[in-house]
Write a protein that binds this ligand. Structure first.
Ligand code: IMO
Ligand code: MG
Length: 427
């Protein structure tokens, strides 16, 4: 049996999907354990590009069972649309290759409506969410009184009356923030929810029990993290985070599989840093170099299309992410994007109000005040997209990866030098 987890160590978009895809050959089961359709995972192989959001990337491999665990928030219509998209491209999705936890919480239209008014109501900088109802659904999960789980969709009578109560109260809240908002209709929400539930029925099981049987049967399981460790609700740059434990901390709670079952924890980092949405970002580059990285790295959101904020690699932030997630190895992605720069900078410490530290601050005000202390390293000014082994890389590129690894304190397992599967150096 082998259980592997792949988690992002930055603010998401670390190209986790590519590493997950590479590893799925060795695994029979791929599990998502947190987040929802705020994630955007791009996988390229055999000349095809697949963009997945809620579905585990493992679904792309024949013979792999993809599992949406209890910690995920599921928008049934978004899920059905994504499933249909794959079926249309000749990758059928059935009860044999996709399971959805009956404990997962359901995102319903009022979650999006509520999020829209809440985001607007903030006086400070907006969190800049993906507007997918993620935070409002997790809010209801924690609050319990207004929550609907996947399993509730199959208890029709109670569902109908609960939705009537919930929707009327949500309308009150939404209209208190925005009197011009059109009230939501609970009958319509109910009708759409049960129609979607019927279509999802073959997939819905107690995934926790199912995963434990798989463990007992020595199956190889791969956990796919969405977002990144710095967006974790507890350990990230609160409140500029997502509403789930997007570090490895979420695996146990979001799947029911204890962390001690995991044999290999891979932390994924980009060779630079990006962030979408609000919040402090010490190494951000608001200059032509930042724009160059954005252009070369196609740093525009897969889910919302927003331009991503770009900056130098931040070893303080990634080292922290690596410790929180307990990673054994790191995977350095998009190294090719840095190829044309004369020199590169890596943040090795912060200076916060005159004091130098390598600790990641717990309060955003301190992170906002952090000035990066950089180590400057020479660029390599050479295309590396054809490299297939470490010795194919120019010295500068190898030194760059070594510095990243040294500062994080973990060995490198993979280096990615292009979007395709083959453009990967396995160490
Ligand atoms: P993947 O899986 C990058 C960010 C949003 C926002 C904050 C909260 O592709 O790495 P939310 O809608 O989750 O409440 O938004 O989190 N965010 C992501 N940033 N990659 C993601 O996913 C993200 N999912 C959410 O931009 O700042
Ligand atoms: Mg993304």
């Amino acid at each position: 049996m082998s259980v592997t987890a792949v988690v992002g160590l930055q603010w998401g978009d670390e190209a986790k999907g590519k590493i997950v895809d590479l590893l799925t050959d060795e695994h029979q089961i791929a599990v998502r354990y947190q987040g929802g359709n705020n994630a955007g995972h791009t996988v390229k192989f055999e000349g095809q590009t697949y963009k997945l959001s809620l579905l585990p990337t493992g679904i792309l491999r024949p013979g792999v069972t993809a599992v949406i665990g209890n910690g995920v928030v599921v928008n049934p219509e978004a899920l059905l649309k994504e499933m249909q998209g794959l079926t249309d491209r000749g990758l059928p999705v059935s009860g044999d290759n996709l399971l959805v936890s009956d404990r997962a919480h359901v995102i319903l239209p009022y979650h999006m409506a509520e999020e829209a008014v809440l985001e607007k109501s903030r006086k400070g900088e907006a969190i800049g969410t993906t507007m997918r109802g993620i935070g409002t659904c997790y809010r209801d999960k924690a609050g319990r009184t207004h929550a609907i789980r996947v399993g509730d969709l199959y208890r029709r009578e109670t569902l109908k009356s609960r939705l009537a109560e919930i929707v009327s109260q949500k309308n009150t809240v939404i209209q208190a923030f925005d009197p011009s908002a059109t009230p939501l209709n609970s009958d319509e929400i109910y009708a759409n929810a049960i129609a979607a539930a019927d279509r999802l029925r073959p997939h819905v099981v107690d995934t926790t029990a199912w995963l434990h049987k798989a463990l007992a049967a020595n199956k190889n399981i791969l956990f796919e993290g969405a977002q990144g460790s710095l967006l974790d609700i507890d350990h990230g740059t609160f409140p500029y985070v997502t509403s789930s434990n997007s570090s490895a901390a979420g695996i146990h709670s979001g799947s029911g599989v204890p962390e001690r079952a995991i044999g290999r924890m891979i932390g994924v980092v980009k060779a630079y840093t990006t962030r979408v949405g609000g919040g402090p970002f010490p190494t951000e580059l608001d200059d032509p170099i930042g724009q160059h990285i954005r252009d070369v790295g196609h740093e525009y959101g897969t889910v919302t299309g927003r331009p991503r904020r770009c900056g130098w690699f931040d070893a303080v932030a990634c080292g922290y992410g690596a410790r929180i997630s307990g990673v054994d190895q790191i995977s350095v992605m998009l190294l090719d994007v840095l190829a044309q720069l004369d020199e590169l900078k890596i943040c090795e410490a912060y200076e916060i109000r005159g004091e130098r530290t390598t600790d990641f601050p717990s309060h955003v005000d301190d992170l906002e005040a952090a000035k990066p202390v950089y180590r400057t390293v020479p660029g390599w000014k050479q295309d590396i997209t054809g490299a297939r082994k470490l010795s194919d890389l120019p010295t500068g590129a190898r030194q760059y990866v070594d510095t990243v690894s040294e500062l994080i304190g973990k060995p490198v397992a993979f280096i990615s030098i292009g979007p395709d599967r083959e453009q990967t150096i396995v160490l």
